[in-house]
Design a protein around this ligand. Structure first.
Ligand code: NAD
Length: 325
């Protein structure tokens, strides 16, 4: 099977790339390295067919899709604060880029496109209880709005062109290879790198906001199931761990695992951030056969192990399982 992974040099994309190669698939990656890193692909040797380019160009995407049976669309500018600062660029990548991927997949008769969406699409629409896929969406940030537009195009392409699309709404993914240095870094790598460096982790708000933190291996599993699940065409699914964890608890767990006594610093809440986020996984369980295999604590341990190894010269080479899949 030949698979195109857009955004395959990014955090989640490179775990998927490694996993598919391990399964014996031919893998092509389309990436412009806007947020992805060459080093994420370097350890995979020369096996990846790398197409450097921007998904905003239909021509580029069309060339990359050619000859592929499956497309896994991960490429995006995946940051709420960035989309607030620059909604136009966020839209161009996350909406027009997604439309280009779907168009090229349609034009090449791709068997199935699996798309990465985000729990942020629920916004204020689904209340504070566990979110189910059929609940209303009311995105707050431009990023979430763009992700919802991508979902709409995926459904529409299934309806009007018969293209098989499966959309996965990821909830706060974390794990090895996630970039802690970006100003838009996700909380888990951010907190781990702060605590490892002896700094106090910075929490926006009172820390009582909660998230459903999902270890990256679980996301890889969901993507693999989505490739073939018979009922999944044209459908969308939550992909999460199914546990509600406040940022205060996350910091407590990390301090325990790292034997740190650094207290968090609190700052004003960020605009566009939602208060609570927890997934109902019934549909993904029933139709994809998805079952999160790695719980939060184990995921945090593996991630810490990775960041510690990264600090040592040659540490990553010595580490078994830097890529979790
Ligand atoms: N990490 C999370 O918690 C999370 C949560 C919900 C959804 N998602 C979605 O998962 C996907 C992967 O996210 P990630 O966390 O791995 O982020 P990432 O930034 O590590 O990966 C995104 C990849 O897309 C590439 N890219 C960006 N713009 C591009 C363009 N115009 N053309 C080609 N390539 C481009 C980047 O270089 C990068 O390699 C994204 O679609 C994101 O919206 C992530």
């Amino acid at each position: 099977m030949k698979v195109l992974i857009t955004g395959g040099a990014g955090f989640i994309g490179s775990h998927l790339t490694a996993h598919l190669l391990e399964q014996g698939c031919e893998v092509r990656v389309l990436d412009n390295f806007a947020t992805g890193r060459r080093s994420n692909l370097a350890t995979l040797g020369g096996e990846v067919d790398l197409v450097e380019g921007d998904i905003q160009s239909y021509e580029r995407v069309n060339n990359a899709v050619s000859g592929c049976e499956i497309v896994m669309h991960q490429a995006a500018l995946p940051s709420v604060p960035r989309s607030i600062q620059d909604p136009l660029t966020s839209n161009a990548t996350n909406v027009i880029g997604t439309l280009n991927v779907l168009l090229a997949a349609r034009d090449h008769g791709v068997r199935r496109v699996v798309l990465a969406s985000s729990s942020s699409v629920y916004g204020r629409g689904a209340g504070t209880s566990a979110k189910r896929e059929e609940q209303p969406t009311l995105p707050i940030s431009p990023y979430a709005t763009a992700k919802l537009a991508g979902e709409g195009y995926a459904r529409s392409f299934r309806e009007v062109y018969g293209l098989e699309t499966v959309t996965l709404r990821y909830f706060n993914v974390f794990g090895p290879l996630q970039d802690p240095s970006s100003q838009y870094a996700a909380v888990v790598p951010n907190f781990i790198s702060a605590l490892l460096a002896g700094r106090r982790p910075l929490i926006f708000g009172d820390g009582e906001q909660s998230r459903d933190f999902t270890y990256v291996a679980n996301v890889v599993q969901a993507n693999m199931l989505a490739i073939d699940a018979p009922k999944a065409a044209g459908r969308l699914y939550n992909v999460a761990c199914g546990e509600q964890v406040t940022l205060n608890r996350l910091v407590r767990e990390l301090r325990e695992l790292l034997a740190s006594d650094a207290e968090p610093v609190f700052a004003a809440p960020r605009p566009g951030d939602i208060k609570h986020s927890l997934a109902d996984l019934s549909l993904a369980r029933a139709e994809l056969g998805y079952e999160p295999a790695v719980p939060l604590r184990e995921g945090l341990q593996r991630t810490i192990q990775y960041f510690r190894a990264e600090e040592q010269p040659g540490g990553l080479d010595a580490m078994v399982g830097a890529r979790e899949h």
